[in-house]
Design a protein around this ligand. Structure first.
Ligand SMILES: Nc1ncnc2c1ncn2[C@@H]1O[C@H](COP(=O)(O)OP(=O)(O)OP(=O)(O)O)[C@@H](O)[C@H]1O
Length: 581
């Protein structure tokens, strides 16, 4: 438990000082809780002395007492307020910073990281896990550390009045600590299982929502829901098991504290009966016995939360310590934009996907890549953008090895239009502006016109301010494609990587997309995974990829004369597009 608390304190970083200040305020807060109880005992003593004729109680005393109580209540309020101001917002500030830092980390790791790491794990790390720490991190500090500060402050007061009562209090705290330790051990075993169940639940939910269209189309409701149902059931089972595991120790912890409270009253009564304690002190001890352990009764609940926070922090640390693909790279300004592959070999895992390939794309030319599905076309593009690093060989842009450039530095020069367009759940304007965040509205409109999307945007309910559904779900495939071209156009990068859509779009859309692409390529170094005859035929260079190798290269006319994949591919496309050369 204290290891986890130490970790939370360390996690607060430079805000640690505020945390410590909060502990000091907690001490004074506890003092102001104890003061009225002691004052009550003092008051009762005066009343008893007055009744026994040993002293004279005047109204002045009543006013002093009242004033004292008011000061105690005010002091309690002020220190509770100061503690909250010092400590409560720390977790929100740290988690906000950590979310940004994880976002930056994810941007700079190889895409392979996402294949190897469970999506549910990453999603829950930045959402639920961090929210968990955000909401409960400081609360746990309050419950445990501030709780113990309070209980020890009051114990010192009790020790001051009577050693025996003080020792009973300490025994209660000690016994409860033993049971809490046992509870902590159980919690330590259960927290990773609980966390795994949580991640699986998030992953299953994301998977289910992502695949909902397929589920509906194939009427496979029962089958598809099995995964999500199992994940939910597993989470429930684990939570129930955890609760059952904890019942005994929870009860023992509370039993130790409650027994100690009874012990305080009992010993005080015996001491009073034996004339070793006066009645007001006994009454004061009785009042203390009700409040003293209140602050640490909830610590049992905190233990499990702290163990989960510990596991969550392990997970966050693992994500944050992921290797940056560009950790040894520098921001290099390019002066030329030709692209060169020299004996490049690449494997996602063990199996080589690209084998010893070499080619050059001269500046301001268009290169079309064609080849069968799975031949390695997208992989070539992914390597140019440095989503992954090559295993052997070298890729250079403008003569500079891409491995020596930071991802941001390299991607500043590259616009990518993916076949599977992703639009953010934001306005059309912001989605286009993603290519150039500081672009003016007029600039966006001008670009949208060139990309043939202005007209359909104006037909949307709020024009450029229309919010696009998740992933672009409220637009047609062709519309999304054109918005993504506008986004790339606005970025105006010297290198363009375009994965041409294979999904059939209606002729009108097709024409619009082609027109948008021809605007996009103007004066750029372009590499295009081509499927349409028009694109292929107009390219300066065609690379034919098969099983990770470049098997043919050249212009359309020269390749037509060779027997091989290109000729066969063209024949198929001609039939598909009802086209003749
Ligand atoms: N992230 C990945 N992890 C592991 N293997 C991958 C990954 N992406 C692609 N592959 C594999 O690498 C090979 C080449 O894939 P790639 O996507 O480059 O082919 P492609 O020619 O673009 O295919 P398509 O035309 O169907 O899009 C395939 O065998 C594919 O299964």
């Amino acid at each position: 438990m204290f290891k986890s608390l130490k970790r939370i304190i360390y996690w607060t970083g430079k805000r640690k000082k505020r945390l410590y200040k909060g502990f000091v305020y907690s001490f004074f807060h506890a003092m102001f809780i104890a003061m009225p109880i002691m004052a009550t005992a003092y008051g009762l003593n005066l009343i008893l002395e007055d009744m026994n004729g040993m002293g004279k109680l005047t109204t002045d005393y009543a006013f002093y007492m009242l004033g004292f109580m008011v000061i105690a209540v005010l002091g309690r309020f002020i220190f509770a307020y100061l503690r909250a101001v010092a400590q409560d917002s720390i977790a929100y500030e740290v988690t906000a910073q950590q979310r940004i830092s994880i976002g930056d980390t994810l941007k700079r790791v190889s895409l392979g990281f996402f294949t190897k790491t469970n999506t549910g794990e990453i999603t829950s790390a930045v959402t639920t896990d961090l929210s968990f720490i955000e909401m409960l991190g400081m609360r746990m500090i309050d419950v445990v550390i501030n709780g113990y500060i309070s209980v020890f402050t009051m114990t010192i007061c009790l020790l001051f009045y009577n050693v025996w009562v003080g020792l009973i209090t300490l025994t209660g705290i000690f016994l409860s600590a033993i049971f809490l330790r046992l509870l902590g051990k159980k919690s330590n075993e259960n927290a990773p299982i609980h966390q795994e169940a949580q991640d699986n639940m998030v992953a299953a939910t994301i998977e289910y929502i992502r695949g909902i269209a397929v589920v509906k189309a194939f009427k496979q409701d029962g089958v598809s829901r099995e995964g999500i149902r199992n994940a939910y059931k597993m989470s429930k089972d684990i939570n129930v098991k955890i609760e059952k595991n904890y019942v005994l120790y929870n009860c023992l912890h509370l039993f130790a504290l409650k027994s100690s409270s009874i012990g305080i009253v009992l010993v005080s009564a015996i001491l009073t009966a034996n004339g070793k304690m006066d009645i007001p002190t006994m009454l004061m001890m009785t009042i203390f016995s009700f409040v003293i352990f209140g602050h640490i009764e909830a610590v049992n609940g905190a233990i499990h939360v702290l163990e989960i926070i510990d596991v969550t922090m392990d997970k966050l640390e693992a994500i944050e310590s992921a290797q940056f693909i560009d950790k040894d790279s520098a921001d290099i300004k390019l002066s030329a934009y030709d692209i060169q592959f020299e004996d490049v070999t690449f494997a996602y895992d063990h199996q080589e996907v690209l084998k010893d390939i070499s080619f050059k794309i001269p500046e301001n030319t268009t290169t079309a890549i064609i080849g069968p599905s799975g031949s390695g076309k997208s992989t070539i593009c992914n390597l140019i953008a440095r989503f992954y690093d090559v295993n052997k060989g070298r890729i250079s842009v403008g003569g500079v090895d891409v491995r020596s450039m930071t991802c941001d530095g390299l991607l500043k020069n590259v616009s990518m239009v993916f076949q599977k367009v992703y639009l953010f759940h934001d306005t059309v304007l912001q989605n286009i502006r993603f290519g150039k965040p500081n672009a003016s509205f007029e600039e966006v409109v001008e670009t949208a016109k060139k990309a043939c999307c202005h007209d359909f945007i104006m037909d949307l309910p709020n024009g450029y301010d229309t919010v696009i559904g998740d992933g672009g779900s409220t637009l047609s495939g062709g519309e999304k494609q054109r918005i993504s071209i506008a986004r790339a156009m606005l970025k105006n990068a010297p290198i363009i990587i375009l994965d041409e859509a294979t999904a059939s779009v209606d002729p009108e859309n097709e024409h619009a997309i082609q027109q948008a692409i021809s605007e996009l390529v103007h004066g750029k170094t372009m590499i295009i995974i081509a499927h349409r005859l028009a694109t292929i035929q107009n390219a300066d260079q065609i690379l034919v990829v098969d099983q990770g190798r470049i098997v043919q290269r050249g212009g359309h006319e020269s390749l037509l004369k060779e027997e091989g994949i290109y000729k066969r591919f063209l024949a198929i496309r001609q039939v598909a597009e009802k086209w003749s050369i």
